[in-house]
Design a protein around this ligand. Structure first.
Ligand code: FDA
Length: 499
């Protein structure tokens, strides 16, 4: 409530925030978490009787405060598929900046609610490029294993992979990759593979095999509310306020920080404004959320001593999407698991790692679809726009050309070998590349630059960054395992030294 005092406030309930909350609580410290999205475990089911709708039928539950859906694949067979929806605190935010739309999860559990669940530890030889100031030995010896274990990461049963019709698209992807001489690998995930097998044999309700992913999974996925956050709340020391958005942080003369929170309803109206005092604050609002807050606080004079690195070093993890049109004899299947389980690795030679992704349309599309992560060198900055009161991002759409060039090292070669072409109907009319978005925002408060080497913000005692904002723009693979492992490393040091 208004005027409350808490020892530790965590802003955001994604990976970084959940790690912080659990480890602080286990150390005996009371933690309060605020989350602007909903607690989906308390949301009543929709007209389909479920909490979360399928990817093929987005509705009011799907998007954060939009009046029209903004599906990542905007077109199908040439037709635009977006539609009007009532404005609502839906689960997926497509946050539009001038040059890029940044997709993020909204709700208790952050990105874990909407993501593909691919849980990838980068190759150790690439780690120095990802986090140059962090000991690879400590990360690969201690913190990556700790994160993988707490997240519940595992790999698909290879024998089942070979026989289920739901991964035909992945097997076709493998065939094409290997015929062109690329390394193809299984990708671990946080889905319960035994549950998926039970979905396949019809003994449980379908989730990954029932077109659920982008707008939430009703079953099967080990999201943060089932892992870190379940453990954290079980300590009895962690409370979570959903539909509460942090808008301001400033130091008080008596010590600690005053935080302004706006409580909103599901239509986005502010229903109450509260000020709470916190001894320490962990910024865990995600790369974009944390960066926006810090840049605004520095520019408006609330936290003027933050250094000039705040807002810098943002990247899109080189995300680029593309589809290929297959021959009639290479059907990818009218049923497809939404959880990708394999990838094509051309990182060393071409700067691209491409997931073989599903197109769960419910009918045969003869398309192979991919989300590539590329070694894009481009970095953007957040700046406060005093005229609009918003925080802008300097990313340019044309910068995606670097990612396209790298992705083409894989797909041009496969197309030549197979005698196939790119699909031009998925992202607009005659548009090959999905170059307008990222799922993997990273940076804005880079470790060892805006903060010290453990996430302590320069200029203020007791302010920490512990999410994807710490990571300098690229992780070479999908990011959440690295975000989690880095948070495990940093919170261990902070608990030992600062609390
Ligand atoms: P995260 O974004 O998870 O959490 C931040 C939380 O803070 C959110 O819940 C947000 O609502 C809240 N918040 C923001 N501002 C706030 C404020 N002012 N006040 C209160 N709360 C606030 N990664 C991967 O490794 N494998 C994958 O398969 C995928 N797939 C994928 C698909 C899609 C569609 C998306 C959108 C993303 C992915 N990702 C992914 C990316 C992954 O989900 C992402 O990197 C992490 O969730 C980031 O974790 P963080 O802890 O940084 O923030």
């Amino acid at each position: 409530g208004n005027g409350a005092r808490v020892p530790v406030l965590v802003i955001g309930t994604g990976y970084g925030g959940s790690v912080a909350a659990l480890r602080l609580a286990q150390a005996g410290i009371d933690v309060h978490m605020v989350e602007m999205g909903q607690d989906w475990s308390t949301v009543p089911p929709g007209p389909d009787g479920k909490i979360h709708p399928k990817v093929s039928s987005p509705d009011y539950r799907s998007f954060w405060m939009r009046t029209r859906t903004k599906q990542p694949l905007s077109n199908f067979l040439g037709f635009p598929i977006d539609k009007a929806v009532p404005k609502y605190a839906g689960i997926l935010d497509a946050e539009d900046f001038a040059g890029i739309s940044v997709y993020q999860g909204r709700g208790v559990g952050g990105g874990s609610l909407v993501n593909g669940g691919m849980a990838v530890t980068p190759k150790r030889q690439n780690f120095a490029d990802i986090l140059p100031s962090v000991s690879a030995e400590e990360m690969y010896g201690t913190y990556y294993p700790r994160a993988n274990s707490a997240l519940g990461v595992s790999t698909i049963d290879p024998a089942w992979f070979e026989r289920t019709s739901y991964y035909q698209y992945s097997r076709v992807g493998r065939k094409h990759a290997e015929r062109s001489g690329f390394d193809w690998t299984f990708v671990p995930a946080v889905y319960d593979w035994d549950y998926m097998k039970a979905e396949d044999n019809g003994s449980v309700p379908k989730s990954a095999l029932g077109q659920e992913i982008l707008y939430g999974n009703n079953h099967g996925k080990k999201t943060l509310p089932k892992t870190y956050l379940a453990q954290a709340t079980a300590t009895g020391r962690v409370t979570i306020s959903a539909l509460h958005r942090a808008t301001s942080v400033r130091p008080t003369a008596a010590g600690g920080y005053d935080v302004v929170l706006e409580q909103i309803n599901t239509a986005g109206d502010v229903v109450a404004t509260k000020t709470v005092n916190a001894g320490k604050i962990f910024f865990a609002a995600g790369s974009v959320g944390t960066s926006k807050l810090l840049v605004k606080m520095k520019s408006t004079g609330a936290l003027p001593a933050l250094n000039g690195e705040v807002g810098q070093g943002w990247g899109d993890n080189g995300n680029i999407m593309v589809g290929r049109a297959n021959h009639m004899w290479d059907a990818t299947g009218d049923v497809q698991s939404t959880i990708p389980c394999s990838g094509i690795d051309n990182w060393d030679a071409g700067g691209a790692f491409a997931e073989v992704a599903p197109l769960p349309a419910g009918l045969e599309t003869f398309a192979s679809f991919y989300l590539a992560i590329t070694k894009s060198p481009r970095r953007a900055a957040f700046t406060y726009n005093s005229a609009s009161g918003n925080v802008d991002l300097s990313w340019q759409t044309s910068w995606k050309q670097d990612s396209i060039t790298m992705a083409k090292t894989i797909f041009d070669k496969i197309n030549r070998k197979e005698g196939t072409i790119y699909r031009t109907d998925l992202f607009g009319t005659n548009k090959i590349w999905g170059d307008h978005l990222t799922y993997h925002p990273l940076g804005g408060a880079i470790l060892n630059k805006a903060t010290d080497n453990y996430g302590r913000l320069h200029g203020y005692d007791g302010l920490y960054v512990i999410d994807g904002a710490l990571i300098p723009g690229n992780t070479s693979v999908n990011p959440f395992v690295t975000i989690t492992a880095l948070a495990e490393r940093n919170i261990e040091r902070i608990i030992a030294a600062d609390l």
